[in-house]
Design a protein. Structure first.
Length: 325
């Protein structure tokens, strides 16, 4: 394990503990400041960011590469939970919808312009999940879906040519196998070559001989599958299923709507990221830059994932009646 990833692991554990200790209800105030800071960083990134591999997503602060969209994802999660739990005398209504739209629209446009389609899809997904689990009236939900559907062509407009090519290549798997389809092809070969029990760590030819690209980030599941086989891949998927199920249980046992919406959003984030990352590794979804939670290399993503795990733990602790002798 690289030394900086070990540092992220230790920091992540500390951040998870910190957010576990903090009463999650205090996050309503923190979220506003986090939102403002994240928005300022997104604006800074738009005008002064440096392009890497066709995208402008990180701010290099020498010791750490900060990804503002990850911070914004967390801020929007808390804000959406707060707004949806407000008492407007009924289920999500025009006032709530308008307020959420105002919070979401500007940062999503900046994130799309990076371009970062993956984070945009995560934000749309967890917000949609929150609406589905709320008591929203059908007409308001239809309006919400119409707004999302209108954003889809806008998202296509913001995509870079290489991102559009990834999607068209996915739709036609035989198109450009040595170019835009190369990564997906090598990933499927790596997954299949692991067979039942895998080749063992250090013996995975696709990973070790660099046939499989960006093995530490986008295609880390394919590398794991090649090393551990179907057995190891199934084990990892089961761990994610248990994690997501436990967070949904926390949502059900929460003593207030704010905590319930938070937990639903957190479960949705982990579900969507795991689904899309694993899906693109096995060739059933287009290639995107969505990391595999707690597994893919990356500082900001790991630390934000640790923070929202801590929030889920905070909800869990405060939903229980603790008695001291």
């Amino acid at each position: 394990m690289p030394i900086n990833q070990m540092v992220y692991f230790v920091l992540g554990a500390g951040i998870a503990l910190l957010f576990t200790i903090i009463d999650y209800r205090e996050l309503k105030t923190i979220a506003v400041y986090l939102y403002i800071i994240s928005l300022v960083l997104l604006v800074f990134l738009h005008f002064f960011g440096q392009e890497i591999f066709g995208a402008t997503r990180w701010i290099d602060i020498k010791v750490f590469q900060l990804q503002p969209s990850e911070l914004m994802k967390m801020a929007l999660l808390i804000i959406a939970s707060s707004v949806l739990s407000m008492d407007f005398n009924d289920s999500p209504n025009p006032k709530k919808n308008l307020l959420i739209l105002l919070y979401f629209l500007v940062p999503v446009i900046f994130i799309l312009q990076q371009p970062d389609l993956g984070t945009t899809l995560i934000i749309i997904f967890f917000l949609s999940a929150m609406y589905i689990f709320s008591n929203i009236k059908l007409k308001y939900f239809v309006v919400f879906l119409l707004v999302i559907s209108l954003l889809v062509p806008m998202g296509w407009h913001f995509l870079k040519p290489y991102q559009r090519l990834r999607i068209t290549t996915f739709l036609d798997s035989g198109k450009d196998p040595l170019g835009s389809g190369y990564n997906a092809t090598q990933s499927k070969i790596a997954v299949g070559s692991g067979e039942i029990m895998g080749k063992g760590f250090g013996n995975a030819t696709q990973s070790q001989l660099n046939f499989l690209p960006v093995v530490h980030t986008d295609f880390i599941f394919a590398s794991w599958s090649e090393s551990t086989g179907f057995a190891g891949s199934t084990f990892m998927v089961l761990l994610y299923c248990i994690l997501i199920w436990r967070i949904l249980v926390i949502s059900r046992h929460s003593k207030d709507l704010f905590g319930s919406y938070l937990a639903i959003g957190i479960a949705s984030i982990f579900f969507f990221q795991a689904l899309v990352n694993i899906g693109m590794n096995v060739g059933v979804l287009p290639v995107t830059g969505i990391p595999l939670p707690f597994v893919s290399y990356g500082g900001t993503s790991y630390l934000v994932s640790s923070a929202i795990i801590g929030i889920a733990q905070s909800i869990n602790l405060r939903s229980q009646t603790i008695k001291f002798a």
